[in-house]
Ligand binder design. Structure first.
Ligand code: FAD
Length: 273
């Protein structure tokens, strides 16, 4: 439970953080809330030689109405996403989901950028951003690029971010229609055994799954079934199509598939379908 030795660098700006990443390459890791990285380091599943602390970088904690979308700074804490009036009005799914992450202590330390960059398929916020059709702003030595959520999550704890890039902003289109997040847990503060996020906007429905594969997954079979006129119950029957859930002491792959179908039906119905 004691991490391997590492050097510590405190970045005072995003530019400083990126130049530290450029200097140290794959050996360096950004430290935001530390609620995913530090446990991995204590288990020695991650052994970065340099930690670049971005926790005090100013100007990266915000929620802004940008017209057709809402922009969220990468260092915005889960608690602030949960309580944002802008999100409550324009993207209520994201506010709802942030309030389901862990417990109050986790929500006061963890950041949306850390959660998205960590890309744990069992995490709540990556799936919500995927269902909403959001995108990520990655800043590197050559400037900013925007990566759609559908291309961002590439494998287990793997993203499209390059080693010298920092996630600075998450963008989500406004979607104030019906929505739902169904998170199946044994205890209130647990990680999702399976989760389903649904967001409706302008006649289309985004559906995504938590903990049903190596990455958060878009439930495209469900979305296509709905677009073709299927009822919520009919569409939910194909929720696990294309998924590849693993088994663990909490749930077998078969049970996860069953949960995905049941939770998708509940989510679609709660979203008004
Ligand atoms: P960190 O731990 O600091 O970083 C995580 C990873 O992201 C690291 O690899 C880091 O280098 C990288 N990173 C961080 N910020 C950036 C950035 N801006 N750009 C590029 N890379 C970056 N999560 C859930 O979704 N649901 C839960 O129910 C849940 N329960 C939890 C319970 C406990 C007890 C704990 C400790 C954590 C739980 N979490 C849960 C995880 C929590 O949401 C974390 O806060 C989050 O996953 C990571 O955010 P962080 O700011 O702590 O990131």
């Amino acid at each position: 439970m004691i991490p391997a030795a590492f050097d510590y660098v405190r970045a005072e700006s995003a530019a400083e953080a990126i130049s530290a990443l450029t200097e140290h390459g794959e050996d360096a890791k950004l430290l935001a809330g530390g609620h995913s990285l530090l446990p991995l380091m204590k288990l020695r599943l991650a052994t970065p030689s340099v930690l670049v602390d971005i926790g005090r970088v100013p100007d990266l904690s915000y929620v802004r109405d940008e017209g057709d979308h809402v922009a969220i700074g990468a260092l915005t804490r889960h608690h602030d996403v949960n309580h944002s009036p802008v999100l409550a009005q324009h993207v209520p799914l994201l506010a709802l989901v942030a309030g389901k992450v862990g417990d109050p202590q986790v929500r006061h330390r963890g950041t949306i950028g850390g959660s998205i960059a960590h890309a744990d398929p069992a995490s709540d916020l990556p799936a919500a951003v995927l269902a909403l059709g959001g995108s990520m702003v990655a800043r590197g030595p050559n400037g900013d690029r925007v990566i759609p959520a559908t291309e961002f999550f590439q494998g287990f704890l793997e993203t499209a971010l390059a080693p010298d890039e920092m996630l600075t902003e998450i963008r989500v289109p406004k979607a104030a229609g019906g929505h739902s997040y169904q998170k199946f847990v044994r205890r209130a503060q647990d990680w999702a055994m399976v989760g389903v996020a649904v967001a409706r906007s302008n006649g289309s429905t985004g559906v995504s799954l938590v903990n049903m594969g190596a990455t958060p997954l878009r439930a495209t079979a469900v979305e296509q079934a709905l677009a073709g006129g299927a009822s919520a119950a009919e569409a939910a029957e194909v929720a696990d199509q294309g998924a590849d859930p693993s088994g663990d002491p909490n749930a077998s792959p078969e049970f996860r598939r069953h949960l995905a179908r049941v939770l998708t039906r509940r989510a679609l119905e709660e979203a008004g379908l």
